[in-house]
Design a protein around this ligand. Structure first.
Ligand code: Z5A
Length: 208
């Protein structure tokens, strides 16, 4: 049987990366073998696609181009990192996965949901998360959190507040459709309080 696959989702600045790190530290202390990864990225080729996707550019990027690049990165990542880890008994913690495509390219960029699901399925080779944390904050709060970074906003972060509000709405729709898999957490709590909920959930659901 495969090891658990846990994903973290939310709008930018929601605190996913912080929670992935806290959970990884916790699992390390408990001696639970796991691998931390992220999307887009996770392999040299997928990381190159990530740079293509996130760099700001003059040329307009069509939603369909963006969608296919995210799925191409995922196809490579799943087959070379996620599947081998899970089948060798290593749990996987992934910072974003295919729910991000449904929320960003599907709901916010208005690409037909059935097409997104078909592509998500193709790219993920049938791998689906056992548990997904949706860390929920408002776009306004997310903007405040990321504006402290020195690097400036990337191409997706530079989208309007309305775009990010639609992404959040897309995530909340996914929560309605997958209440058993997706666990929402109020991301306005302190990072420690968010992690307390993460820990309670992984203990109850996965025995960690
Ligand atoms: N994207 C897509 O469109 N389609 C797809 O299929 C996929 C992705 C997979 C790259 O994602 C972009 O690609 C992303 C979606 C899109 N674009 N956007 N927007 P990414 O995950 O690499 O980038 P991100 O979403 O912008 O993540 P982020 O900015 O790194 O945010 P985060 O991981 O959610 O937050 P964080 O780094 O943990 O925390 C941000 C700051 O807040 C930091 O200073 C923390 O110290 C602070 N923080 C964290 N937690 C808290 C709490 N609880 N309270 C207060 N402050 C906190």
């Amino acid at each position: 049987m495969n090891a658990p696959f846990v994903t973290f989702e939310g709008i930018e600045g929601s605190g996913k990366t912080t929670q992935v790190r806290l959970l990884s530290d916790y699992l390390t202390v408990k001696g639970i073998s796991h691998r931390v990864t992220r999307e887009p990225g996770g392999t040299p080729l997928a990381d190159e696609i990530r740079s293509l996707l996130l760099s700001r550019r003059e040329e307009f990027v069509f939603p369909e181009t963006e969608l296919l690049l995210y799925e191409a990165a995922r196809a490579q990542h799943v087959r070379s990192v996620i599947l081998p880890a899970l089948s060798s008994g290593q749990a996987v913690l992934c910072d974003r996965f295919y729910d991000a495509t449904s929320a960003y390219q599907g709901h916010s960029r208005n690409i037909d949901g059935a097409r997104i699901e078909w592509l998500n399925d193709l790219a993920s080779a049938g791998v689906s998360p056992d548990l997904t944390f949706l860390i929920d904050i408002s776009p306004a709060e997310g903007f405040v959190r990321i504006s402290g970074r020195g690097s400036g906003p990337d191409r997706i972060e530079s989208e309007s507040v309305e775009f990010h509000a639609k992404v959040r709405e897309g995530y909340l729709r996914l929560l309605e459709r997958h209440p058993g898999r997706i666990v929402p957490i109020d991301g306005t709590l302190s990072a420690d309080d968010v992690f307390r909920r993460v820990r309670e959930t992984v203990s109850a659901r996965l025995g960690w």
